[in-house]
Design a protein around this ligand. Structure first.
Ligand SMILES: CCCCCCCCCC(=O)SCCNC(=O)CCNC(=O)[C@H](O)C(C)(C)COP(=O)(O)OP(=O)(O)OC[C@H]1O[C@@H](n2cnc3c(N)ncnc32)[C@H](O)[C@@H]1OP(=O)(O)O
Length: 436
């Protein structure tokens, strides 16, 4: 069964926590809209509106060091509902907003949604850590990881209101897991579009060292389950990274897969290890990539004067989409996003090099990996900042991607691991045109 169908079946209605919280927050006040989210963030951190004032604004933040907790035990615990918020993206009721969100297929640009999710994730962490006694937060909250985004709708409509519901679901010492749900209004009812899990990390006012965050206390069995799941997620991430192909050899089963692909590409006439032939309905991996360059202008800065994580995601997503589009030859739909790790911040003025590669395919599915790095023209050094993983579905079956070198084979296996982790149980792809 398809990913979104599986997800929708499992979660037809919002979890009880969200239901309870929705009823708590649905009083006479209407929820804030997305434009207020960034303004709120600016007010919480105290940033400059003009780029020329950014050094002074950062200097002012230094004074906030005294407000940092010495240990986590000094901070009052919070409940999940303390951070819960609903935010409206009024695409239906404010038509002037649509242009920014519209793509050529008359649906919503998913890259714009990634930006909104990132801003919301940060805002919610500030709500969780809010100290009513102070006006400005001493914390710099940054996105460390987009753990997973599962989509259950093929199209996001550009002329209907969207609602986000967000809360902190798990807390470590300096990190927070955030759960976000996006719903869209149809015939007077909000129905699910996507589920997202992000991990945010709190740093000191200058974004140099980690800083403690308020613990969280789950209330009732359902919240305990959500919290336990957050703990398991952390362990799963550690296991996944320990087994990385950059650190460990592939498993026996994976080695067999690669050897079979190798044998399948040998030229039977020459019987040589070096002479390789592309099987029918296949594409060499080296012929399935696209590259891009971004100059990181101040306009894309976040509240800490680095490049906004949502902007990086949008750019990587759009390059990934273009790669899947040219590979499959038809319009691809994003099905899942997982394990986007923000390894290091991107400075304003950086040259950001993006490289997208189709790394795994199966029937209608195309798994794309986008690698981003900054290039320092003074030192001539390249440093990886992010690796993004996107799963797309094409309208028709796609050619098989074939690795030629050992390095490409590792990319293929890594892509397969991500594909299996995100789309497990959905691989017997049905006709994608039947998806809602
Ligand atoms: C103008 C209005 C704009 C409004 C938008 C505002 C949005 C602002 C949000 C952003 O745009 S942030 C920009 C994108 N993100 C970055 O630039 C972050 C770049 N990466 C880093 O700076 C570091 O890699 C990071 C701070 C994330 C982690 O640094 P370290 O690897 O030194 O972490 P450390 O070992 O000190 O661990 C600190 C915590 O992070 C956790 N952690 C680190 N990497 C992680 C990871 N990859 N996944 C999950 N958790 C992670 C780690 O487990 C630990 O949790 P606990 O303290 O709770 O145990």
């Amino acid at each position: 069964m398809l990913a979104w169908m599986r997800w929708c079946t499992l979660s037809k209605s919002p979890p009880a926590l969200a239901r309870a919280l929705t009823s708590m927050t649905s009083g006479s006040h209407s929820p804030p809209d997305m434009s207020e989210v960034r303004n709120k963030l600016r007010a919480i951190v105290g940033v400059s509106t003009n780029w020329s004032d950014h050094l002074q604004a950062m200097n002012e933040r230094k004074a906030l060091h005294t407000l940092l907790a010495k240990s986590q035990a000094d901070l009052p615990p919070r409940r999940m509902k303390d951070s819960y918020i609903e935010v409206i993206l009024p695409l239906g009721s404010q038509p002037e907003l649509r242009e920014k969100y519209l793509n050529v297929h008359n649906s919503v640009r998913f890259g714009r949604i990634l930006e909104d999710l990132d801003s919301l994730g940060v805002l919610i962490c500030y709500t969780h850590t809010k100290n009513e006694a102070v006006q400005r937060s001493p914390l710099s909250i940054v996105t460390a990881l987009v753990d997973k985004i599962d989509l259950c709708k093929k199209v996001i409509y550009p002329d209907s209101d969207i609602k986000f519901t967000v809360n902190v679901s798990w807390v470590g010492k300096t990190s927070m897991e955030v759960k976000m749900h996006m719903l869209q209004l149809h015939d007077g009812v909000y129905s699910r579009v996507l589920d997202a899990t992000f991990v945010m990390v709190a740093r000191d006012p200058e974004n140099k060292r980690p800083a403690f965050v308020n613990p969280i206390i789950p209330e009732g069995p359902e919240e305990e389950q959500i919290f336990k799941h957050g703990q398991l997620n952390k362990m799963r991430r550690v296991d996944f990274s320990t087994a990385s192909l950059l650190k460990m050899a592939p498993t026996a089963e994976e080695r067999t897969i690669i050897h079979d692909i190798f044998l399948n590409t040998l030229d039977t006439r020459t019987v040589s290890f070096r002479s390789r032939v592309l099987p029918p309905s296949s594409v060499w991996m080296e012929d399935a990539k696209l590259k891009g360059l971004e100059i990181c202008h101040p306009q894309e800065r976040n509240i800490f004067n680095r490049i906004f994580g949502g902007f990086l995601m949008r750019k990587a997503y759009e390059l990934g989409w273009a790669t899947a589009c040219s590979y499959g030859g038809s319009r691809p739909y994003v099905v899942a996003v997982d394990d986007i790790m923000f390894q290091r911040p991107v400075e304003i003025g950086s040259l950001l090099l993006l490289s997208a590669q189709v790394c795994y395919t199966e029937k209608y599915y195309i798994q794309v990996r986008v690698h981003s790095e900054v290039y320092d023209s003074n030192t001539r050094e390249h440093n990886t900042t992010n690796v993004f993983h996107f799963s797309f579905m094409s309208e028709s079956e796609v050619p098989q991607i074939v690795p030629k070198t050992y390095g490409e084979s590792m990319l293929y296996l890594d892509g397969k691991r991500h594909f299996d982790a995100t789309l497990k149980g959905t691989k017997d792809a049905q006709n994608p045109n039947a998806i809602p």
